[in-house]
Design a protein around this ligand. Structure first.
Ligand code: SF4
Length: 371
């Protein structure tokens, strides 16, 4: 009786490493088809061919086209995730639909190039002259924040360009006190833009939000003392929305997007380490360092000093809005920091100099929580 034939094709090596890393499938012409990562390369890559193949038709098609697999072991799952994201952004493999679609994040946009700007939730932050808030990981939070800011400052809800027409018909938003109706010239250009400016400052700055709150409180009490209960109730309603907006802003606060870090990880080789510098949330190029002996790779203290310098330079150049290709690595690192930096060490560079970073990374045990 002949031995049972393995479903794994001959071009998949039998001795794939049983450790974390990145793999990529290519077709017979060397075209990149798919990039993935795993905590066990051997099990993941060979697993594509067992059980009748992938159930997802897209991945099944990729496997039918594949004729070669390349792997790169890493010391940690974090490094594998970062490498996977980089390869997907740079290589745009045809079958990596999910990560490509996720790479933009969500933003609140105020397009100041329009005379009557709206607050909108968009997927990219590239329009010249527009102001953006974000990125946000999903659509729900910026949508709720936008709706609250719109109601507090009575901004228009209608879509498209607006040309004021005093003889036109405003929508119901005017009747329920949620819009100052620039569509019929009820609010002129300057007044409407001042409303939008207030919304922008409130989204931007917690201190300004507190000043807006104090103003609404004062208005509510004054109107009540004048027996204008309708206006007092309106101020109270806007106060409630402002409080909700502040709660959501708290939920959306991402300290990692504003902070700088230096992360030390184990390497696939025991004599090396991987350094991940992060400048204001941007993940910079990773570096290798040797802990002892070895040639061609910088010793760890020297590599830490270089990485600190790179962070300082990048901080000076950082734009307020993340380009989409920088967003995914940043979110990966932020999640890892929130999980307590498993398998590695992380020090915040916000108040540390290079020598302190050298001392801390050399002395703290692997896997300690970020400082
Ligand atoms: S009242 Fe006019 S400007 Fe306001 S949302 Fe309605 S149509 Fe737009």
């Amino acid at each position: 009786m002949s031995p049972r034939r393995s479903p794994v094709p001959d071009w998949v090596p039998e001795d794939l490493p049983k450790r974390p890393g990145v793999y990529q499938f290519e077709d017979g012409h060397g075209t990149l088809l798919y990039v993935g990562k795993s905590v066990n390369l051997h099990r993941r890559v060979r697993g594509y061919f067992y059980g009748g193949g992938p159930r997802d038709e897209r991945i099944a098609q990729m496997v039918r086209l594949a004729r070669r697999v390349r792997v790169r072991p890493t010391g940690t799952d974090l490094e594998a995730r970062l490498e996977e994201a980089e390869r997907i952004v740079s290589g745009r493999p045809r079958f990596n639909r999910a990560l490509k679609n996720r790479s933009n994040g969500w933003f609140i946009e105020i397009d100041w190039s329009r005379p009557y700007p709206r607050l909108r939730v968009v997927r990219s932050a590239r329009k010249p002259g527009a102001r953006y808030f974000g990125p946000f990981q999903g659509r729900r939070l910026p949508t709720e924040m936008t709706e609250l800011a719109r109601k507090i400052f009575r901004l228009r809800a209608c879509k498209g360009p607006l040309r004021p027409d005093p003889g036109g018909s405003p929508c119901a938003q005017l009747g329920i006190g949620l819009c100052t109706a620039p569509c019929i010239g009820e609010a002129g250009l300057n007044r409407y833009r001042a409303q939008v400016r207030e919304a922008e400052r409130t989204l931007d700055d917690a201190a300004h939000a507190r000043a807006v709150r104090a103003g609404l409180l004062e208005e509510r009490d004054r109107r009540a003392s004048e027996l204008d209960y309708e206006a007092a109730a309106d101020a109270q309603r806007r106060l409630g929305w402002l409080d909700e907006l502040e709660l959501l802003r708290g939920a959306s606060h991402k300290p990692w997007l504003e902070r700088s870090w230096l992360i030390l990880l184990p390497h696939a080789r025991p004599d090396l380490r991987v350094l991940v510098p992060v400048a204001r949330g941007r993940v910079l190029e990773r570096r290798e360092a040797r802990i002892e002996g070895g040639n061609g790779v910088a010793p760890l203290p020297e590599a830490i000093r270089d990485a600190c310098y790179a962070v300082r330079v990048a901080e000076l150049r950082a734009e307020p809005v993340f380009p989409p290709e920088e967003l995914v690595p940043s979110l990966i690192v932020s999640r890892w920091l929130q999980e307590g930096a498993p398998e590695g060490k992380a020090v915040s560079l916000d108040r540390l100099g290079a020598e302190e970073a050298v001392a801390r990374l050399a002395s703290r045990p692997t896997g300690s929580r970020p400082a």
